[in-house]
Design a binder for this molecule. Structure first.
Ligand code: DGT
Ligand code: CA
Ligand code: CA
Ligand code: ZN
Length: 568
């Protein structure tokens, strides 16, 4: 994680703590503003001489930033964090609880962490608070149950930067010949229990010392000569295993998993009178493995093609006749769901277009929020009309990319859309997404989404379930019913690449592809760096066995436009 990102997270946390404590809004906003500025900053903050020259960063924030860059800690931050109970920030993860409510729960009902929140619900203390109706408490209870089963796993987009930062540092240790991440991270799962790093080195002691004494380590959990575990300050566990260079391929295969995939491989080896473990593939009776082998060679010795890590889940990959060529990041030619400053994005149309050109896209869609999304500055009809003109003008003036005039129109709970058809018909592309009533019944959700799929002007259903990983379950529609409607009406279902969403999820993506419906992989970018989220969408798409031909974002320019026009 970059210093900019680290500092931004700290300023966001300070804003939250201030808001929980009931500080005045001005102070809260000042911290949010600094956090946003840091997120948007292209240069590394540590390389900027005088931080106060950056607009949005005042003297006192600048001093805090300077202190953090120089010492690795920030006294104002530590003080603020310790001004509220230890476990209170975790309560913020409960869906529907914002800082103000959490502050009230703390001050008026003695809630200091998740367990005491549960207690307050059970003994009826919560109900006594103003504006705590039965329905609200029911929602909190459901969210708590959800958190209990999911929250100890980190989101993919949190784990990946932590792992990459460690790899970058450890790679430089003397003697290291091979180092990579394995486990669920290599398989691209949406959440990661712990990060597994695998290395071969001539100097294990140097590597292990560097690993355990890294500045990001909070605690060394176990330390041996070939295996260590640490917990990093951001809360994740990392396991490091040092293996012999000769056995690296076998170890990589073993520690990538999944466990279920490994078990079938091992059985297959036994059937062929061989033995497979993390040290290699052996002829039965032989204990020595004197030829180093790669993953490819081991699969091949078992008469199998190399299986991409993302599909090593015992979901038919070992009995499948031919593994399809899974979609890759370079296959993606356009992004069809992005926001600008017209709604809640931070890029102008021009900036959005230039970032898309940089990514090598042939097309970018401007799809700002619709009128119901008040908190996201959604566009009323007259503003949308002007926005369409502005997009068309930008499309005329900017070379090297097609800029589509679109919308991300809300799908109301009853399945109707948030703009009239007359207005929608003026657009090049329509993404329709559910944002409200995300706890309606599965039946209602299915009807709602199918109505949008069947709408003749809708191209893509954006983040169809509205789930937020580790936080909100979202809608639970009948996916097979959506897929067959989507196929019939040539409407694409989105895999939203944002790592909080990854919606549709891997198994749903597979249902879309196998059912012959179209898949869209979009970043839903609100800021330039959001385009980087595409990697998580691709990992998830691969876990769903998606190929370039399943995905509309892989279409050539003219074919994409022909499909879009077939609707409007
Ligand atoms: P996670 O960390 O919960 O997200 O999931 P993984 O898959 O990274 O699991 P982890 O960290 O417990 O172990 C890493 C890999 O090591 C796992 O994917 C497969 C392999 N492995 C671990 N334990 C066993 C086992 O008991 N049997 C077999 N065959 N493989 C194992
Ligand atoms: Ca793991
Ligand atoms: Ca592990
Ligand atoms: Zn969006």
């Amino acid at each position: 994680m970059s210093t900019n990102t680290e500092l931004a997270a700290m300023f966001h946390t300070m804003a939250t703590v201030l808001e929980i404590s009931g500080a005045n809004g001005f102070k809260v906003n000042a911290n949010v503003k600094v956090a946003r500025t840091l997120e948007d900053l292209v240069e590394d903050i540590a390389t900027i001489e005088d931080v106060t020259t950056i607009q949005g960063i005042g003297k006192s924030s600048a001093a805090k930033i300077k202190e953090y860059i120089e010492t690795g800690s920030m006294s104002g931050y530590d003080e603020l964090i310790s001004s509220i109970p230890n476990g209170l920030l975790a309560v913020m993860n409960v869906q529907g609880l914002g800082p103000k409510t959490v502050g009230k729960l703390w001050k008026e009902a003695g809630v200091v962490d998740i367990p005491s929140l549960k207690e307050a619900i059970e003994d009826g203390r919560l109900e006594l608070l103003p504006r705590m109706g039965k329905k609200t408490i029911q929602n909190i209870t459901e969210s708590l149950a959800f958190l209990a089963t999911h929250a100890n796993r980190s989101r993919l987009g949190v784990a990946m930067p932590i792992a990459l930062a460690f790899l970058e540092k450890l790679q430089q240790c003397k003697g290291v010949s091979n180092i990579t991440y394995a486990g669920s991270l290599r398989r691209g799962k949406e959440t990661i229990g712990d990060i597994d790093i695998l290395a071969s080195t001539d100097e294990p002691a140097i590597l292990i010392k560097a690993f355990c004494e890294d500045k990001d380590v909070e605690k060394v959990l176990a330390k041996g000569e070939t295996k260590c575990s640490i917990r990093v300050k951001k809360g994740m566990q990392i396991d490091l295993r040092v293996v012999d260079r000769k056995t690296f391929g076998a170890a990589l295969l073993y520690f990538t998993g999944s466990k279920e995939h490994n078990i079938i491989l091992r059985e297959r080896a036994i059937d062929q009178d061989k033995k497979l473990n993390e040290y290699g593939l052996f002829e039965s009776g032989s204990e020595v493995n004197d030829s180093s082998s790669t993953e490819e060679e081991i699969y091949s010795s078992l008469s199998l093609p190399w299986i991409p890590p993302e599909i090593r889940e015992d979901r038919g990959e070992l009995s499948c006749k031919k593994i399809p060529r899974l979609v890759e990041i370079n296959d993606i030619r356009c992004d069809l769901h992005c926001h600008t400053t017209a709604s809640d994005g931070q890029m102008s149309i021009q900036e959005l277009a230039h970032h898309a050109i940089e990514r090598g896209f042939h097309t970018i869609a401007v799809t700002d929020h619709s009128q119901s999304q008040g908190q996201a500055n959604g566009l009323k009809a007259d503003r949308l009309r002007k926005h369409i003109d502005a997009i068309r003008e930008a499309n005329e003036n900017i070379e090297g990319i097609t800029i589509l005039a679109g919308t991300e129109v809300d799908i109301h709970p009853d399945g109707t859309l948030d703009y009239d058809d007359d207005l929608l018909a003026q657009l090049d592309i329509i993404v329709a997404s559910p944002h409200s009533a995300l706890n309606q019944s599965p039946d209602d959700a299915t009807k709602r989404l199918i109505a949008a799929i069947e709408h003749p002007l809708v191209h893509i259903i954006g983040h169809p379930t509205g789930r937020i990983i580790n936080k909100r379950k979202g809608l639970e529609p009948d996916i097979m019913a959506l897929v067959s409607a989507a196929k019939e009406h040539s409407t694409a279902l989105e895999l939203n690449a944002n790592y909080y969403r990854l919606d549709l999820k891997d198994t749903h993506v597979r249902a879309v592809c196998e059912g012959g419906a179209l898949l869209a992989i979009n970043t839903d970018a609100h800021r330039p760096e959001d385009f980087n989220q595409l990697q998580y969408g691709i990992l998830t798409a691969r876990r769903g066995w998606a190929t370039p031909s399943n995905c509309i974002n892989c279409l050539e320019h003219d074919k994409l436009l022909a499909w879009l026009r077939s609707k409007c």
